[in-house]
Design a protein around this ligand. Sequence first.
Ligand SMILES: [Zn+2]
Ligand SMILES: [Zn+2]
Length: 134
Amino acid sequence: MLAGGCRCGAIRYEAEGEVWHHSICHCRDCQLGSGAPMVAWIGFSTANFRVTQGVPSRFSGDGKAERFFCGNCGTPLYYLNEPLLPGKVDVQTVTLDDPDALAPNHQVQVADRRAWMAHLGELPEFERFPGPAE
Ligand SMILES: [Zn+2]
Ligand SMILES: [Zn+2]
């Protein structure tokens, strides 16, 4: 059993069972849905997923894909697309209480990947921020 929720705690969910995919998506829709360059998605059967607290807000840009998020704090939470992915739900991996429980194993939609994301590992890294330690 995996549990997760939004930043403010209003929305909580649980998921279990077979993971049918676990990927990092670079598509433009995910970029705009998250305000971030990419989104990690872990897929479950809708039969094995339930919202256990609160009522998420919903946005559907094309009438098929439905993105659910917390209307209070704005955290994007999960995605349904019944025509394309019947019986499946994609959950945003980092909203799990333990975001490291399972790791994505591939990247998709790299055709939309921001050019500056392809070599992310080559950028300088800082434990927190650059500059003198306090
Ligand atoms: Zn919230
Ligand atoms: Zn995407």
